[in-house]
Design a binder for this molecule. Structure first.
Ligand code: ATP
Ligand code: MG
Length: 403
């Protein structure tokens, strides 16, 4: 039997909510490891979870899945023995024999107080037993090559030498459901990932303006979402909104420098409306302060003023370099840098306003037919895809009824 110890990390700090968080995490783990379920048994306690694998061959695959699940702090491959001195000494010696020549240290935690040997004494016994029976190891308590950890618990003693760091964060779904505005760029996929890290399940919306934006660009966004899906465990929607009619109308804005600002306000209005219909609690965008002219505090204020829901901007204080670093780790970078046609590329004014004012934006909008067009777009111009069996498939039947 192979065992993996899964540490909950930050979850253990969550007071009364702890059990809800832990159940959510276990649900997410079970979901992700579904295809291995016949070989797995779950044993939980308040600080950690032990996963028993009846087939050693799946160990690497299971570890790789666990490394991509939010809410797991770290994992260790552990040996489990009964709480008796001989078993503990034998197993630690066996492990010591498998370690290459070098230095070691023993750490003991005695959580089961009925175990009669104190942790200090047990530590000395284990280390002496190893030193007497091996020739290739020396003790180094400050900077050992290997640390042998022994944790005496009520259900048995856990012994391990490795600690694999995982993603940390909170289990996806434990903070509710959000709608992420995703473009084909580098930033918004990273923003979605960071939102998931804090426990938000994310649905996505992407605005297109065919024929100015191509099928290839849309395909890129599909691929970005598929890549991000590996961090989520719930069903989610992907809304593809044809924004052409509104964009054509926005060409009539008198104050050209306000075009981008007003376009963003329209994005947010449509997104708000979908959130209400689909019971999503907040919006996510990939904006970063000062990155481009339209991402200033004043601009954020003018955009926020049309939203009834909080807009979360996980990248707001990040530099481009930091964002790219994450996008490379999560493997969205390679997709994001492929060429794509942006909704606004053909529409960007020469000098976009950097310090827009709400009243000017409202004044510009007053002269246009935006409310009607927004309703029309929401009712007729949105395709909904849902995640099913590893693919995004178009949701057909309910679409007309819902709107
Ligand atoms: P990104 O790399 O995410 O495209 P960006 O730095 O290019 O971001 P902008 O183009 O100003 O920034 O867009 C700001 C945010 O608005 C994006 O991060 C994204 O959340 C949203 N957004 C932009 N274009 C679209 C689109 N076509 N569909 C959906 N959301 C979009
Ligand atoms: Mg962009």
């Amino acid at each position: 039997m192979t065992n993996i110890l899964i540490r909950y990390g930050e979850l253990t700090l969550k007071g009364q909510n702890k059990s809800i968080f832990i159940s959510r995490l276990i649900r997410n783990i079970k979901f992700k490891l579904h295809s291995y379920k016949d070989y797995l048994t779950y044993k939980k306690d308040t600080k950690s979870l032990v996963l028993e694998l009846s087939n050693k061959e799946i160990l690497d695959d299971v570890v790789n899945v666990l490394k991509n699940i939010f809410g797991i702090y770290s994992i260790s491959i552990i040996e489990l023995v009964n709480n008796d001195e001989t078993s503990i000494l034998n197993k630690t010696l066996e492990i010591a024999n498998s370690i290459p020549e070098g230095t070691f240290k023993v750490e003991v935690k005695r959580l089961e107080k009925s175990f009669k040997i104190g942790s200090q004494d047990l530590k000395i016994k284990i280390a002496s037993n190893i030193l007497i029976n091996t020739k290739h190891l020396k003790v180094d308590v400050k900077n050992p090559d290997v640390q042998i950890n022994v944790v005496v618990k009520n259900q048995g003693t856990q012994i391990f030498t490795n600690r694999i760091q995982c993603l940390k964060g909170l289990p996806v779904g434990s903070s509710g459901r959000a709608l992420s505005l995703i473009s084909g760029g580098i930033d918004s996929p990273v923003a979605s990932y960071l939102a998931m890290k804090r426990g938000l399940t994310t649905s996505f919306i992407h605005f297109v303006t065919p024929p100015h934006t191509s099928e290839k660009s849309l395909e890129k966004v599909f691929n970005l979402i598929k890549t991000l899906q590996k961090f989520d465990t719930s069903d989610f929607e992907f809304f593809v909104c044809d924004f052409s009619d509104i964009l054509t109308e926005l060409m009539h804005i008198k104050e050209e420098s306000y075009r981008i600002t007003i376009m963003r306000r329209m994005f947010i209005k449509i997104a708000n409306s979908l959130c209400t219909k689909f019971n999503l609690k907040c919006l996510i965008t990939g904006e970063s302060l000062g990155q481009v002219a339209s991402q200033t505090i004043e601009s954020i204020n003018v955009i926020n003023s049309v939203s009834n829901l909080p807009i979360i901007r996980p990248l707001i204080t990040m530099d481009k370099e930091e964002i790219i670093h994450i996008s490379k780790i999560i493997k969205t970078y390679e997709i994001s840098i492929l060429p794509f046609d942006d909704v606004c590329s053909m529409y960007v004014p020469k000098n976009p306003v950097t310090k827009p004012k709400i009243f000017i934006a409202e004044k510009q909008e007053e002269n246009l037919l935006l409310e009607e067009l927004i309703t029309h777009t929401i009712n007729k111009k949105i395709k909904i895809y849902i995640w099913k069996d590893g693919e995004l498939v178009e949701k057909q039947e309910k679409k007309d009824k819902e709107y």
